[in-house]
Write a protein that binds this ligand. Structure first.
Ligand code: GLN
Ligand code: ZN
Length: 785
């Protein structure tokens, strides 16, 4: 029986047990030779290709594998190596120096070197980070003599697998780059973008050479990723796509078919452009944007491949195979089965490897999930069933799978684990006044200052204090059962007390307990909320070899018991100074988890908000009068298209307000954000109406402050006085100067002094010295004002 082709856009490279991480880190530590590393990586690639083949995948990607990052690989492939790495001979040493910097002995001369890494940025709206290529106005590109992707293609072929090479397209490659020498960091403006695209004529001949090599090595379909087709266009962008693909078409080997691949956003607005490009297929993300199928069907030429990205590469839920099948069949009815592919929506890089390793996961919930390996099976079923017009004529086995899938979804929909009527009723009763402080800032702030006896230029920290080796070891021992709960608790209390005493001694005004009991700012709360579940092995790549294990929100969220009150009360009992309660906000909890796909994100955010509101109320009842609700992720939740920003900011800020507005006038709400670059969302930050916002700012010069000025931000704020990302101790002089600069933009009555982020990654000695200098700065300015 005919089947459709199934296609994988990319596969998680780190391996079922994070083998690649171990290999690479072993190599960095000098425990593995380069040969071991290369050999191990090859074996892992082979394993992943074979796994995909065994699961019935037709279009298996090569070129999705990387020792650090695939964007870095592309820069390396075309020899776009910034000058500062050029003394290091080409090879792994140079490659890793670009990805993570090199400090120590030069690999050939043995001299001391210290080159920083290239910049890292979030990959669109995922939590994966890529290395930002650097290009200069006189940039040249030269295809590597021995392109890794060609070698990988041959490796796959030796295993009998005709794989599909995956390339980052030339336009998206340049748009991901930053122009250096022309004010690099500000590369986001469209004029810069235009400049980068002017490098296309130099880059394209190298792509042509590469395509020729791929054809020679036996490739047929080539996946060419142009995710920027889904983003906002600016002047010159459409022209760049035309230039690029017209150029590639001229000498394209007859055996090759280019499949233009988009993901993370809709492309319906540029289908007119796309359909005129001389390519052979289009992949669209129908999970993110199911509605674009209609426009795509109308636009995509009949002789192209239309690749339907229907299996979610970014989340962990089982697909609704029966509903998806309806969509696939409609497409097949219109276009026929030969040129219709079923595919993952984007790379499976953003999914954990396999459910097979989740022995302790609740079986009811486990039945609702599909990780990367299970998603291969889903694709296969769609490929088989999608080709026939109805299910009745299918193989009994396929029918059984579809039926089981239907039952699993029905069970999930009606499970009492998912639906909690109490939570839903509560949410339905939320009124606008629950999202509003009773009194305007100008009236409540003086009350707060009086109640807490706050001086001018009050000093505080962002929450965490050093998570030393001892702290991490104690936690590990406790988790393993080598330390009793009582002993662990005693240990944490001693750490907390030490931290409080030190803050008193330093003379800080608003103290924190130090967060020693927390592993991570979302996991800690997730473990205490209902509706969350944790995996044993659900690792996904974050950057380089680093992986994260996001918790899963599967059901209506609520807070059965207070989460932080005991720690805050204990810390408060040690000191007469104000103790700041410390919570993670609803949007950050949402952003850093795998979230439900059966309700709008905004609903989940509001449920989280109610849970945090309960905690805020309990802290207040217990006498805690300063409460910080961290929202470092609010900016990164911004949609990729500008036109979608307002909707998001509306509900995201609403969720924050719901979590924070129940308190009395004298209770002071703080929030903290990490990204300095939020000029563009300032009105939303104002609407959050936190009494005090502390922000990472020390690396952003005065850009942020100008925004404060421009928007007339009128609540109190603490733009970080120094950068905690380095062990350097800032001098009093430096902090004085910084504060003086802040005072040009902000009224002195509303400024707080604090570091720019939590101190968990720092050591005690530098923390102590830095904070002593910070309080010295406060003392100096109190004298002056
Ligand atoms: N309160 C948290 C801490 O200090 C905030 C962390 C963050 O900004 N990401 O660690
Ligand atoms: Zn921060």
């Amino acid at each position: 029986m005919a089947t459709l082709q199934s296609s994988v856009i990319g596969f998680p490279r780190v391996g079922a047990q994070r083998e690649l991480k171990k290999l690479i880190e072993g190599f960095w530590a000098g425990k593995q030779t380069e040969a071991d590393l290369l050999h191990g990586a090859q074996a892992l690639r082979a394993k992943h290709w074979q796994l995909q083949r065994d699961r019935g995948i037709d279009q298996i990607p090569v070129g999705d594998f990387s020792l650090y990052d695939t964007v870095l690989d592309t820069a390396f492939l075309f020899n776009a190596v910034p000058q500062r790495y050029q003394t290091i001979p080409r090879g792994l040493a140079q490659y890793f120096a670009m990805g993570r910097g090199l400090q120590g002995a030069h690999p050939t001369t043995g001299n001391k070197v210290d080159v920083p890494a290239m910049e890292m940025k979030k990959w669109f709206d995922t939590n994966y980070h890529f290395i930002v290529p650097e290009v200069t106005a006189d940039q040249t590109f030269t295809l590597s003599d021995d392109p890794a992707i060609v070698a990988h293609l041959r490796e796959a072929q030796a295993l009998g697998i005709t794989a599909k090479p995956v390339l980052l397209g030339p336009v998206s490659f340049l748009l991901l780059s930053k122009a250096t020498g022309t004010g690099g960091a500000a590369a986001a403006s469209s004029t810069d973008e235009f400049e980068r695209l002017s490098l296309l004529p130099r880059l394209l001949p190298e792509y042509v050479k590469l395509l020729a090599l791929l054809a020679e090595a036996g490739a047929t379909n080539v996946q060419i990723d142009e995710p920027f087709l889904g983003m906002d266009f600016f002047v010159g962008m459409a022209e760049a796509y035309r230039t690029a693909y017209d150029y590639l078409a001229v000498d394209l080997p007859a055996s090759l078919r280019l499949i233009l691949t988009t993901y993370f956003e809709r492309v319906n607005n540029c289908l007119d452009l796309i359909k005129r490009l001389p390519v052979h297929g289009l992949h669209i993300d129908l999970v993110r944007s199911p509605d674009q199928i209609k426009a795509a069907l109308d636009a995509v030429p009949a002789d192209w491949i239309l690749s339907l990205g229907v299996i979610n590469g970014r989340n962990i839920w089982k697909a609704d195979l029966n509903a998806t099948l309806d969509v696939v069949r409609k497409v097949v009815a219109q276009r026929g089965p030969e040129r219709t592919w079923v595919a993952t929506s984007c790379s499976l890089l953003h999914c954990p490897f396999s459910l097979e390793f989740e022995a302790t996961l609740d079986p009811e919930i486990k039945d609702w999930l599909a990780f990367a390996t299970e998603k291969l099976d889903e694709l296969r079923v769609l490929a088989v069933a999608g080709a026939s017009a109805d299910t009745a004529g299918l193989d009994a086995q396929v029918i059984a799978v579809l039926e089981a899938n239907r039952q699993s979804h029905a069970a999930r929909r009606s499970s009492s684990r998912v639906v909690n009527p109490l939570v839903q009723d509560r949410l339905a009763l939320v009124t606008p006044d629950m999202r509003r402080r009773a009194t305007p800032f100008n009236d409540r702030y003086p009350q707060q200052r009086a109640a807490q006896r706050l001086p001018l230029f009050p000093t505080t920290t962002i929450g965490s204090f050093p998570q030393t080796k001892e702290v991490r070891q104690a936690r590990l021992k406790f988790k393993r059962g080598d330390l009793t709960a009582d002993a662990y608790d005693d240990f944490l209390r001693r750490e907390t007390e030490r931290c409080v005493r030190l803050q008193e001694d330093i003379g800080l005004d608003v103290l924190v307990h130090g967060e020693f009991e927390r592993n991570d700012m979302v996991e800690y709360f997730g473990e205490k909320l209902r509706g969350y579940v944790f995996t044993a092995n659900g690792w996904v790549s974050s950057y380089g070899t680093r992986c994260v294990k996001p918790p899963i929100i599967y059901g209506d969220v609520d807070r059965p018991n207070p989460m932080t009150v005991d720690w805050s009360l204990y810390a408060q009992s040690l000191t007469p100074k104000p103790m700041k309660g410390m919570l993670t906000g609803p949007v950050t909890c949402l952003q850093w988890s795998f979230v439900r796909d059966d309700q709008d994100r905004s609903v989940t955010a509001n449920q989280l908000a109610l849970a945090i509101r309960d905690e805020v109320n309990d802290l207040e009842k217990a006498g805690i009068r300063t409460i910080q609700i961290d929202e470092p992720a609010i900016r990164e939740g911004l949609p990729l298209r500008h036109s979608d920003w307002n909707d998001y900011l509306e509900w995201a800020v609403d969720a924050f307000l719901l979590s924070s507005c129940s308190v009395q006038d004298i209770t002071q709400i703080h929030t903290h954000m990490c990204y300095s670059d939020f000029n563009d969302i300032f009105p939303a930050i104002q609407r959050m109406d936190a009494d005090v916002i502390t922000i990472e700012n020390s690396r952003s010069d005065l850009k942020l402050l100008r925004a404060f000025d421009r928007y007339g931000y009128h609540n109190a704020s603490g733009p970080g006085l120094y950068d905690i990302h380095s062990p350097r101790v800032p001098s009093v002089q430096e902090m004085n100067e910084r504060l003086a600069a802040l005072l040009e933009y902000l009224p002195y009555q509303l400024i707080w002094l604090n570091p720019d982020c939590g101190l968990k990654t720092r050591g005690w000695p530098e923390v102590e010295s830095s904070l002593r200098n910070l309080t010295a700065t406060a003392a100096e300015f109190r004298r002056r004002y």
